[in-house]
Ligand binder design. Structure first.
Ligand SMILES: Nc1ncnc2c1ncn2[C@@H]1O[C@H](COP(=O)(O)OP(=O)(O)OP(=O)(O)O)[C@@H](O)[C@H]1O
Ligand SMILES: [Mg+2]
Length: 498
């Protein structure tokens, strides 16, 4: 049997519980300290004004803070920042509730809670998560509340109480102007991803650091890509004077592992000063919002990687159009004189063709990035053997170049790696990678590649060995060293399929 608690303990507990209940049911009106602060700060006239609210995309949080900081520092304005503590999982606080002093959750005044958000590659800015700005300026006294996206509301909110509506709108417009002017994303390389609610996340990325020499393509191909992507910047004024549009779409297509992504990264590295937004995979569905952003941050590049991945996918909602069409529509929205480059990559040009044909003018240049020819394969061996103690005779190289006919650039990169491994197998101290190492690595890789080919054609393969779901790919997937198909390849290719 449990021991009886002494009397004084029970009394203490009762008192604590009573004060807890009082805290939870903090009565309406001036007894809630946060509401009391707001109501006490506003002038009688101000307290009667409408609360004006604006929602912003979550990725604007850091820009809003940047704008607010600049705005707060203006001459003739004082801004006091106060934080609000809400019990965990308590959401849905509005400035309206604070002004009215009603329907309030239990609140406390605190130091402002801050989110430390990136505002550049390697720098951050402390941003208000939930806070009140008590403002005094030429318009009198008013309150601005900022609420970061949270589990209850995925949008960033800014609310204004105490100003006539036009002045509140004017303040929002002023913050818009400052957000645009001071936009932290302008001129940077940004990777676009989606949060679990489908909202856009922008992450600063460092420079790709790929030099021109590291891109092994026929000179005519690389030259064409460069002219189209980079040439416009140097001839911007002349083009505009001659009535020519700057907006352009460049499609790189070709087999996996030939360097479409690699070339794209090289170009991005050359486009300093451009706002560069990179979308891949799932994030391609955000192309509309990202294009709007690009238009606001010109000059800009929007990279749409592996667009075929969404060629057949349909967006949710009533229109239910293929995501690819949304993507092409978004490309059409920008003004022709905007220095805006859309850079698309795919290894399924066939899937794209009908959509592109139905919407002309989106892609003005399509460049095939083909399998490397013999001179290119020779260059690739040199490029990826750069830091390797290669001891190869001319015949060794000739043989390797000959035997790698039909393979990809990434295959050659992998070949060097395997040859190094072969050498390490013989001697754990890397002294020399010889023709014999290279030949062994090649035997091994080509053998593996052929096994995949056999699998593809269903020749002499045990069904148990077929990859699940028909995912037939040699090497490590996209950008892999050699690939004969794409995950999801219909099983009918195999004798055991279908
Ligand atoms: N033309 C090239 N010159 C130099 N290196 C290359 C080239 N192509 C590919 N590589 C090397 O192989 C890697 C994989 O290539 P990459 O990811 O660019 O292929 P991809 O064409 O984009 O393929 P996927 O269609 O699967 O996306 C690159 O990171 C690079 O190291
Ligand atoms: Mg790629």
């Amino acid at each position: 049997m449990a021991e009886q608690a002494p009397d004084h303990q029970a009394r203490e507990f009762a008192a604590a519980f009573r004060s807890f209940l009082e805290w939870v049911h903090a009565p309406t009106g001036d007894e809630n300290e946060v509401s009391a602060l707001v109501r006490g700060f506003l002038e009688a006239e101000g307290a009667r004004q409408s609360v004006v609210t604006r929602e912003l995309a979550p990725f604007e949080h850091v820009n809003l803070q940047t704008a607010v900081n600049a705005w707060s520092a203006a001459a003739g304005r004082t801004v006091e920042v106060r934080g609000i503590a809400l019990p965990p999982h308590y959401g849905g606080l509005t400035l309206q509730q604070l002004v009215a002093g009603e329907s309030l959750p239990p609140l406390r005044l605190t130091a402002p809670a801050l989110a430390d958000l990136p505002n550049g590659p390697g720098t951050t800015l402390a941003c208000l998560r939930l806070g009140l700005l008590l403002v005094t300026d030429q318009h009198g006294r008013y309150v601005v509340m900022i609420q970061a996206p949270n589990e209850h509301d995925p949008a960033l909110q800014i609310e204004i109480a105490g100003l006539p509506v036009e002045l509140a709108q004017g303040l929002l417009a002023e913050l818009d102007r400052l957000r645009a002017e001071l936009n932290v994303y302008r001129g940077h390389l940004l990777e676009v991803s989606l949060n679990p609610m489908g909202g856009v996340i922008l992450s600063f990325a460092g420079p790709p650091g790929i030099g021109r020499d590291a891109v092994v393509l026929p000179a005519s191909v690389l030259g064409r890509v460069e002219r189209h992507a980079l040439g416009v910047a140097s001839h911007r004024d002349a083009l505009l004077a001659a009535g020519q549009h700057l907006k352009r779409g460049l499609l790189l297509y070709g087999p996996p592992g030939t360097g479409k992504t690699h070339t794209t990264r090289y170009l991005l590295g050359q486009m300093n000063g451009y706002t560069r937004l990179v979308l891949t995979g799932r994030s391609l569905v955000a192309v509309g919002a990202v294009t709007d952003l690009a238009r606001a941050l010109l000059p800009a590049v929007v990279v749409l990687e592996d667009v075929d991945l969404v060629a057949e996918e349909r967006s949710l909602g009533p229109s239910s159009s293929p995501v690819l069409f949304d993507l092409l529509d978004a490309m059409d929205g920008a003004a022709p004189d905007a220095d805006l480059l859309f850079l698309l990559t795919t290894n399924r040009a066939d899937l794209l063709e009908p959509a592109l044909a139905a919407r002309p003018g989106r892609v003005d240049v399509a460049v095939e990035i083909a399998l490397p020819d013999a001179p290119a394969r020779r260059r690739l061996l040199t490029l990826y053997g750069h830091n390797v103690p290669l001891e190869l005779s001319d015949e060794d190289v000739d043989l390797a170049v000959e035997r790698t006919d039909g393979t990809t650039a990434s295959f050659l990169k992998e070949l060097i790696r395997r040859a190094v491994l072969e050498s390490l197998h013989d001697d754990p101290v890397l002294t020399a990678v010889t023709g014999a190492h290279l030949a062994r690595a090649l035997d091994d890789l080509l053998d593996a590649a052929q096994a995949v080919t056999r699998t593809l054609h269903g020749v002499g393969v045990d069904p148990a060995d077929l990859p699940a779901g028909g995912a037939l790919q040699a090497g490590p997937g996209r950008g892999g060293w050699v690939a004969y198909g794409r995950a999801g390849m219909p099983r009918r290719f195999g004798r055991y399929g279908g």
